[in-house]
Design a protein around this ligand. Structure first.
Ligand SMILES: Nc1nc2c(ncn2[C@@H]2O[C@H](COP(=O)(O)OP(=O)(O)OP(=O)(O)O)[C@@H](O)[C@H]2O)c(=O)[nH]1
Ligand SMILES: [Mg+2]
Length: 210
């Protein structure tokens, strides 16, 4: 199916301009592909890609994984060693480091295989945000190639994080390996859908283009 036909089928026509071009440039070969879902959103994307039969290795780095995916997706349990009482923690918290989480060494070992890494995360919570902001820096510093898909949260979700999100996007906006998907922008066209249908459509589009 042609891209335009698919967009139309999905009701995404007109969104093309908001989709990051580099995501569609087909520059990375599909051999040795290794999809790595960071946090809940990244793991939900993996489940979708796996269901659609995208070939590759699958690793979820998250607090938990739904039992039906455990046999299909390699899971690295990743959570804070100590939960601080009170306010919800943000993945942008500069005091957070690998030492604060379980299995950090396993996470890093995951990147020693010279796979074609595809990292997927949403930056509205703790896990995905910490992992993507830390890994992007470390992978770029180590000259390890990858492609990243980063979901920017709806405005209503992270009103007090807009500055952090803005700075993060600014830092990577010229890095072609990093593709931002602005959920708020999609809402304008797909706002009539239920939240699960909404994410399914977005995941579907990304799977098709990867
Ligand atoms: N594309 C996509 N985005 C999602 C999905 N679920 C949530 N999001 C977005 O991703 C952001 C992060 O959500 P999660 O990935 O669940 O958060 P997390 O990284 O697991 O963080 P904690 O649970 O706080 O440790 C949310 O604020 C939403 O904007 C999903 O299924 N697909
Ligand atoms: Mg989570």
């Amino acid at each position: 199916m042609k891209r335009r036909t698919l967009l139309k089928t999905l009701g995404l026509i007109g969104l093309g301009s908001s989709l990051p071009n580099s995501l569609f440039s087909k520059e990375s070969p599909s051999t040795n592909r290794h999809f790595i879902g960071l946090g809940g959103a990244g793991t939900n994307f993996l489940a979708h890609a796996n269901l659609k039969g995208l070939k590759g290795k699958y690793t979820s780095i998250n607090v938990q994984i739904r039992s039906e995916y455990e046999s299909k997706i390699n899971w690295i349990p990743f959570k804070l060693l100590q939960i601080s009482k009170g306010k919800t923690q943000s993945g942008f918290d500069r005091n957070l480091s690998w030492e604060n989480f379980t299995n950090s060494e396993l996470v890093k070992e995951n990147f020693l295989n010279q796979d074609n890494y595809v990292l997927v995360a949403g930056i509205g919570g703790l896990t995905g945000t910490f992992l993507i902001r830390t890994l992007l820096k470390e992978l770029l510093d180590a000259d390890i190639s990858f492609k990243a898909i980063v979901f920017l949260p709806f405005h209503f979700e992270r009103a007090n994080e807009q500055q952090n999100i803005h700075e993060f996007v600014g830092k990577y906006t010229d890095v072609s390996a990093v593709n931002f998907i602005n959920l708020e922008q999609y809402k304008k066209n797909l706002g009539h859908l239920s939240i699960s249908e909404f994410f399914d459509k977005i995941h579907e589009e990304i799977c098709y283009e990867l």
